[in-house]
Design a protein around this ligand. Structure first.
Ligand code: ATP
Ligand code: MG
Length: 176
């Protein structure tokens, strides 16, 4: 661990675009100071996400994990989905408790609570017990009240315009 003073809990939520990219922007900044960073992405589709490829170039400082690949939150096998989600959460919790990183990003974590895969209290308990100097960023829509209460910083992305509304599809390098 390096010299950060107080570990903060940051939450990027809301319906507008920018939650994950704000988190990744912070990662970019942290790496520049030689900080050790872990990113755990909780849901991702089949897109080849640019950030995962970029992460390979920073592998000495950045541990990048994509969990739950290949399943959606709305499959017909909810018990299997829950088991996968809880495994992913256990994996992330272990990273937090290990205390080897200065910054841990839990991308799209809010969905585990929204879809009743994970108890809010269980999530809050782990976040509270993070090492003193570790910063954590949680992203995802519909951040729960308890998460907002616990956080030191909460930013709600508000959609003003999104190209999706004009029928423009997601583009490589901007959305993924
Ligand atoms: P990004 O990863 O681009 O920062 P995000 O993390 O804020 O976006 P998510 O809810 O994770 O948003 O959604 C990821 C994808 O959905 C991105 O391709 C993003 O452009 C798109 N998206 C985000 N907000 C909207 C919106 N209001 N309407 C339509 N698509 C959206
Ligand atoms: Mg996102």
């Amino acid at each position: 661990m390096t010299d950060s003073e107080k570990g903060l809990l940051l939450v990027f939520t809301g319906n507008g675009k920018g939650k994950t990219t704000a988190a990744l922007g912070t990662v970019f900044r942290a790496l520049g100071h030689g900080k050790k960073v872990a990113v755990v992405q909780f849901i991702k589709g089949s897109w080849k996400y640019g950030e995962l490829v970029t992460a390979e170039h920073f592998s000495s400082l950045l541990d990048f994990h994509v969990m739950g690949r290949g399943f959606t939150w709305k499959s017909d096998n909810i018990e299997k989905d829950r088991a996968v989600a809880l495994d992913a959460w256990k994996f992330a919790s272990d990273i937090i408790y290990a205390g080897e990183h200065d910054l841990v990003v839990l991308d799209e974590l809010t969905y585990l609570v929204v879809y009743n895969m994970l108890e809010e209290s269980e999530m809050l308990d782990v976040l509270k017990r993070r090492p003193e100097k570790m910063h954590i960023i949680v992203t995802g829509r519909k951040a729960s009240d308890g998460l907002i209460a616990l956080a030191d910083l909460v930013t709600e992305m508000q959609e003003v315009k999104h190209p999706y509304k004009q029928g423009i599809r997601a583009q490589k390098g901007l959305e993924f």
